[in-house]
Ligand binder design. Structure first.
Ligand SMILES: [Zn+2]
Length: 220
């Protein structure tokens, strides 16, 4: 029983694939959702694309407990387009099944991380942990001191991101390292919703707004 251990990302059996996949930015297939901070001159190192199944899984998990924090791992691909622009595609969200949760903190236990590595090896071969998510019930969207510590120690790749969701007011945002390497714990970014549903959006977070003009933009 390892119920007292804090997050511990075990080394995977396979060496991590630390090379991005070269592929075009999938902006044609996506709708952009901006946060209020997206237009304030910050320079995120990566853009975040997320599939609708991953988004809905995170939302269902987030509203499952409106008092305690819940969280999990974001699985997908780290990519590079021809213009050397980096982005990640969040393809799956894996709720951590064994967590210790209190009203103001969440820790992944060793069991949950073994479970996550097992799931990736079994079901998502070739994909990477592109980040993690957790909820802040009845709090604002930010990274606490502990969240920042956890992110830098266990998700140290520059392209790994942290998603915070507030399930009561239905808000959310991604914390992404900037090109100069710093992570701002108070200013979060929006994302690109990859349409899997004939262009119908699933995003309902009230703090993000859709950029209509980018939708269906055929110029790329
Ligand atoms: Zn937190």
């Amino acid at each position: 029983m390892s119920s007292t251990s804090r997050i511990r990302l075990l080394p995977s059996d396979q060496p991590e694939m630390n090379q991005p996949i070269t592929t075009p930015l999938p902006t044609k297939k996506a709708s952009r959702w901006n946060s209020p901070y997206d237009t304030t001159g910050l320079q995120p190192l990566v853009s975040v694309f997320m599939t609708q199944p991953a988004y809905s899984r995170i939302c269902v998990h987030s509203v499952s407990d409106l008092k305690n924090e819940v969280g999990g791992i974001l699985v997908g691909q780290w990519c590079l387009d021809d213009n050397h622009e980096q982005f990640i595609v969040v393809e799956h969200a894996l709720p951590a099944r064994h967590t210790r949760q209190g009203s103001v903190y969440l820790t992944f236990t060793q069991d949950s991380l073994v479970d996550i590595h097992d799931q990736i090896d079994t079901n998502y071969k070739g994909q990477s942990i592109v980040g993690w998510y957790h909820t802040h019930p009845s709090m604002v969207i930010f990274l606490s001191h502990y969240d920042t510590w956890l992110h830098s120690n266990f998700f140290p790749e520059p392209w790994q991101v942290a998603l915070v969701v507030e399930p009561v007011s239905a808000t959310g945002g991604f914390f992404v390292r900037q090109k100069h390497g710093l992570l701002d714990p108070t200013r979060y970014f929006g994302f690109y919703e990859l349409d899997g549903n004939y262009g119908r959006s699933m995003v309902y977070w009230t703090n993000l707004y859709q950029l209509e003009e980018e939708k269906g933009d055929a110029s790329k």
